[in-house]
Design a protein around this ligand. Structure first.
Ligand code: NDP
Length: 284
């Protein structure tokens, strides 16, 4: 006989496609580093099975889950509780279970802010340009507003999405937001302090970069990318040529995972271990 526990605490990732999602690498490295008997399972979940997948979290007494494309919005209706921030964004990327009930939160924007503040970039009173108005842009801008930025230009190709996010920020946060249609090459306003790519442009294997006039970037501006693979995107490379300080989406990815780790395990995440694990993975 042995008193060893052969049961593991389980965390899932729900999405589709998920085959190339490397989050498991970050989380498993963190579990191992802290000697936690946790397992992270990447699961392909189709939209019609999402409700059952959430029920499975309860049935299997799991600790929680990450949620990715295309479920971040739909998942809200299947959860018992939603954090105020996730409700405001209208998107959940992290679920944790407590007393058998599901709680939805969104760590994408928090991960971004951790990365920005960690790089010594000040946010209070700043003017920000966000390229994009999808899920990542919603998460980033709501957290930027909470962190005290003064003004956000939402630059987006689809007017409906751009205007919806602008209205959300103006109505629900103290930050002023302005929608800018993205038609042709966009010139960065000269009073901008921070420029963020929250579109999917530049994500591996695409060699593209957002259509902005790079000569309008000033060296005093900080330029951030949400895209994490490659780490040095064509967007960041061009910004660096203009002398801008740049910030990779890689840090945002690790930091959002670190916040999820704490929600599931109650332990502070070993961020360095997680970073190294992902760096190694992307080298292959
Ligand atoms: P969505 O599909 O919700 O939004 C995509 C956005 O990109 C939209 O604003 C879309 O504009 C815009 N877009 C896409 N292609 C073009 C184009 N050719 N020209 C102009 N605009 C374009 O995706 P997400 O917001 O969820 O993700 C965006 C990126 O952020 C992805 O690369 C994702 O990997 C990354 N991300 C990174 C995270 C991290 O931790 N580092 C976390 C979450 C996301 P339109 O509305 O006009 O279609």
């Amino acid at each position: 006989m042995t008193n060893k526990c052969y049961r593991s605490e389980l965390i899932a990732l729900f999405g589709n496609p998920v085959d190339e999602n490397a989050t498991v690498v970050i989380q498993e490295a963190a579990f191992a580093a802290l000697g936690l008997n946790y397992r992270y399972i990447t699961a392909k979940v189709l939209p019609e099975d999402l409700e059952i997948a959430v029920k499975a979290l309860k049935a299997l007494n799991m600790k929680g889950a990450n949620v990715t494309t295309p479920h971040k919005v739909e998942i809200l209706k299947y959860l018992d509780h939603i954090s105020d921030t996730a409700a405001l964004m209208g998107a959940v990327n992290t679920i944790y279970l407590k007393d058998g009930e599901t709680y939805g939160d969104n760590t994408d924007g928090k991960g971004f802010i951790t990365s920005v503040l960690g790089a010594g970039i000040k946010l209070v009173g700043r003017r920000v340009v966000i390229l994009g108005a999808g899920g990542a842009a919603r998460a980033m801008t709501v957290e930027l507003a909470k962190a005290g930025v003064k003004h956000i230009n939402i630059v987006n190709r689809s007017e409906a999405r751009g205007k919806a996010l602008t209205a959300l920020l103006n109505e629900k946060t103290p930050t002023e937001a302005e929608y800018v249609p993205w038609a042709g090459t966009y010139a960065i306003p000269q009073d901008a302090d921070i420029v963020v790519n929250a579109t999917s442009i530049g994500m591996y294997p695409s060699p593209d970069k957002p259509d902005i006039d790079y000569s309008t970037l000033q060296s005093r501006m900080v330029v951030c990318d949400g895209v994490h693979n490659p780490r040095q995107t064509p967007f960041l490379i061009e910004a660096a040529k203009m002398g801008c300080k740049t910030l990779e989406g890689f840090g945002m990815l690790v930091n959002q995972g670190a916040i999820g780790f704490k929600l599931w395990t109650g332990r502070n995440a070993p961020v360095e271990v997680m970073t190294e694990a992902l760096e190694k993975e992307f080298e292959v």
